[in-house]
Ligand binder design. Structure first.
Ligand SMILES: [Zn+2]
Length: 429
């Protein structure tokens, strides 16, 4: 395996022109796979001990794996918006602030609007209202499906069937952008049979989510039980991704397609006293997978520098030789990635702001209430157990993060339904 190899965009363009075969004059298609709630550490290609991800592992081996990709937030709406816009949470402003919910600035270019303007056919297949029209996230898609079924499990197969039906029922105009959102690893952890017993033979607890009584959360048997079911959900989603990629290959739609897989956030299992996500910004909620594979991408490439979700948009545009808008904060990952680059993450968690800056292996997290900070060296302490003396320079970066002006005018969403939903799942108190 090669380590930290990058190649310039010009070289990539030359490669693209020589390997596209009978579609040599056609821009590559883009398949953007948004996996919900997958922490990188639970995937085989990131070193996990269980076989949760054979398909994702092979996708990584066929292209580039970014070992240190950090989400810009720890919940769906702001994280996905960073992927779409190339901006940090502070700059795109999507999320919940002061008990109000904000969606996309409708003037802000996204991956879908930019590629649509470039003549791409654009189609979106999502499983969350946060990625739907209520938040402007359907913007730029010629065809759009929102497949939401409250409490249903195994919806990833339905979503993939919908995408495959779209591919087979219509005359696909290439090049296309297809965005698919796979949601099943999100709680409740209820994988379909036979995946439900893959990592735990007995299901004596009959629990698929954290019980309301928080005193029970400390129970190591419960933690391991839910973790096994979560891992099974990842394996189930991985199997559906396998089905998608095989079908696309049979349809002759994969050879000229760049596949990008990225998650919106990770998941906590009491590593730092919380469960789920959106409660803090420790690595279990912001260390996400980022993998790219397609024509011109050198196989078995491992990148170790810090990167973020906000790099996805500029990387795709660079890959397609499309100019990157000036306001974009991310960088193309096809060029040189500075080793000392600072990556921000943030969250308005239960009305309290917090933010993180990462530089090389140093991480500083700042909390508004109480006003405090934590410093870790992830190289020697990936579990963030040992507090170090404050890195004052990095702390300054964190504090200045909230001083940056928001470059967007996010759209306020006053839907009572959404406010109630956010309160119900704990995002608003
Ligand atoms: Zn999510």
């Amino acid at each position: 395996m090669k380590v930290s190899i990058v190649f310039p965009a010009l070289f990539l363009v030359l490669l693209l022109s020589s390997c596209a075969g009978d579609k040599e004059n056609q821009q590559p298609n883009i398949l953007l796979v948004l996996v919900d709630t997958i922490v990188a550490d639970h995937l085989g290609c990131y070193g996990y001990y269980r076989e949760t991800s054979p398909t994702i592992d092979s996708l990584a081996a066929s292209g580039i794996i970014f070992m240190n990709c950090h989400a810009q937030s720890s919940w769906t709406l702001p994280g996905m918006t960073s992927i779409y816009t190339g901006l940090s949470e502070k700059s795109h402003g999507c999320g919940h602030y002061n008990n109000r919910v904000y969606g996309l600035d409708l003037e802000m270019p996204t991956i879908a609007t930019i590629l649509q303007n470039q003549g791409y056919s654009t189609a979106g297949f999502v499983q969350s209202e946060y990625l739907g029209n209520e938040f402007g996230m359907d913007k730029g898609y010629d065809s759009f499906w929102i497949l939401v079924s409250e409490g249903a499990s195994a919806m990833d197969s339905v979503t993939i069937d919908t995408l495959l039906n779209y591919f087979s029922a219509s005359e696909i105009e290439e090049p296309f952008l297809a965005t698919i959102h796979l949601y099943d690893p999100h709680s409740p952890y209820a994988p379909p049979s036979p995946f439900d017993t893959l990592f735990e033979q007995s299901d004596s607890l009959q629990l698929y989510d954290w019980p309301a009584d928080t005193d029970l959360w400390e129970n190591p048997v419960l933690i391991e039980h839910l973790k096994a079911l979560y891992d099974s959900e990842i394996r189930w989603t991985d199997s559906q991704l396998s089905r998608l990629l095989h079908s696309m290959r049979e349809m002759n739609l994969l050879d000229n397609t760049l596949v990008i897989l990225v998650a919106d956030h990770g998941e906590e299992f009491m590593e730092h006293g919380s469960t789920g996500h959106a409660s803090n910004l420790y690595q279990e909620t912001i260390h996400v997978p980022l993998i790219m594979s397609g024509p011109g991408i050198e196989p078995e490439t491992i990148i170790s520098q810090n990167v973020g979700q906000l790099d996805v948009l500029p990387t795709v545009l660079d890959y397609l030789n499309i100019p990157v808008p000036d306001h974009v904060e991310g960088i193309s990952l096809l060029g040189t990635i500075p080793a000392d680059r600072i990556i921000p993450s943030s969250g308005i968690v239960f009305g309290t702001a917090s933010a993180v800056c990462l530089q090389e292996s140093m991480k500083v997290m700042w909390f508004v209430q109480p006003d405090s900070s934590e410093t870790f060296n992830l190289l020697v302490d990936p579990g963030e157990r040992t507090l170090l003396p404050t890195d004052s320079l990095l702390l300054e970066e964190v504090l200045s993060y909230w001083a940056w002006p928001c470059v967007c005018t996010p759209t306020q969403n006053d839907s009572i339904h959404m406010i109630d939903k956010l309160r119900e799942i704990g995002y608003i108190r």
